[in-house]
Ligand binder design. Structure first.
Ligand code: VNL
Length: 390
């Protein structure tokens, strides 16, 4: 090949490449899904990715003429990593939407990038109340801890639980749970006699549980993030705290469907409040659980999966409504105010707060067909996040 020939063919190749890239960009809608796929929060990443893929398998990967591309990145639940990955996804991959966010520090670290780049950030897991206030581009499909905690503080004193010790992971969602459970219980005439906080990373629950045993409250209220519940349950039972007359209660994170069935019969009777149970008795949920289990070697979907599944719905619908040619602001606008049926029940994305409004269920661990489930026995409808400051 002579030089002239080489140059012209290279130029043609470059042209073809960039034309291809433009074409790909025009016809592709990219979702940057950042999740903890390894490390302490890996089950959350696994559940959300599986749910997102299920949503795409059920609803197709083309919306308004755009081919949806899901780009999954593992942040190992290190917030600096989440932020760096978000930056790369926005700058290099030119994603249309950011999504995922396994833990609160990851969501808070990424909020700024969403704001600067005007990219909607769909928070599918993290649940500290203030996250939606960290950027006007945040839309949440998970839940908040104030939202989940208050119903339990209404239930407890009516059911013989007056004196409570709280035990929470020492960061955003735990502090939210502690604050809102405590103030509501006090308002209802109950008493929180001790507030214990355990570290988020590699917690050792033993010394804390010993302390609870000595205090001997009517109940121990627990919030730990998804994935840590089984360890709490095991040590609670090993110490014979149930036999000592102390009840275990908490938000549904502790009886997480991802782990519940392996917790053993000691978990029977534990009452929690939450927005999702795999045993939620609706036709839509039955279908969801079946399809999820079929696609994932019988893995039971948990509340994280539902946050991911509904997050995809919010993104798909926004793309459909904006006819495939809206930028970040148009997409954000189309995410606000969406109302739809989720496997958890009816939900609503409040246009003012961009947070999810949903039913909170009271549930009790029971055995059904030989398996442990959170069986719903009461519901508080359309609960807004009580943690919002405005
Ligand atoms: C958070 C809240 C994470 C609740 C969780 O599991 C959870 C959070 C990973 O906001 O960090 O169950």
């Amino acid at each position: 090949m002579n030089k002239r020939h080489f140059l012209s063919s290279t130029a043609a190749a470059v042209l073809a490449l960039s034309a291809g890239a433009t074409l790909a960009q025009d016809n592709t809608f990219k979702i940057g899904l950042i999740l903890p796929m390894t490390g302490q929060q890996a089950t959350t990443g696994r559940q959300i990715e599986a749910a997102a893929r299920l949503y795409m398998a059920q609803n197709g990967d083309t919306v308004a003429g755009k081919k949806i591309q899901l780009i999954v990145k593992d942040d190992t639940s290190i917030p600096d990593m989440t932020k760096r990955l978000a930056q790369e996804l926005v700058v290099n991959d030119k994603v249309n939407v950011l999504a995922g966010m396994g833990i609160t520090p990851s969501a808070l670290a990424t909020a700024q990038i969403a704001t600067q780049s005007k990219t909607p950030l769909v928070v599918m897991a993290a649940a500290t109340s203030s996250i939606t206030e960290a950027s006007p581009y945040v839309v949440r499909t998970s839940f908040t801890l104030p939202q989940a905690s208050v119903a339990l503080a209404d239930w407890a004193p009516k059911n013989g639980i007056k004196k409570v010790v709280t035990l929470v992971s020492d960061y955003g969602p735990g502090l939210d749970a502690e604050k809102f459970f405590t103030s509501r219980l006090q308002f209802n005439g109950g008493q929180v006699v001790e507030q214990l906080r355990v570290p988020l990373r590699s917690p050792d629950f033993a010394p804390f549980l010993q302390k609870v045993r000595d205090i001997k409250p009517d109940a121990l209220f627990v919030f730990v993030p998804s994935g840590a519940g089984a360890a709490v349950m095991k040590q609670f039972l090993e110490r014979g705290m149930d036999k000592a007359g102390i009840r275990l209660i908490g938000t549904g994170d502790v009886t997480d469907d991802d782990q519940l069935n392996d917790m053993g019969d000691g978990a029977l009777g534990v009452v929690t409040s939450h927005h999702y149970s795999a045993a939620h008795p609706s036709a839509m949920n039955k279908k969801f659980v079946e399809a999820f289990q079929k696609a994932n070697k019988n893995l039971r979907p948990n509340f994280m999966a539902v946050g991911g599944y509904d997050g995809m719905r919010v993104i798909y619908e926004a793309l459909r409504v904006t006819k495939g040619n809206g930028g970040g602001d148009a997409l954000l606008g189309a995410m606000k105010g969406q109302i739809f049926e989720s496997p958890r029940g009816p939900i609503f994305i409040d246009a003012q707060t961009r947070d999810v409004v949903q039913n909170i269920y009271l549930r009790k661990v029971e055995k059904k067909d030989g398996q442990l489930y959170n069986v719903e026995f009461d519901v508080v409808k359309d609960v807004k996040d009580p943690g919002k400051t405005k």
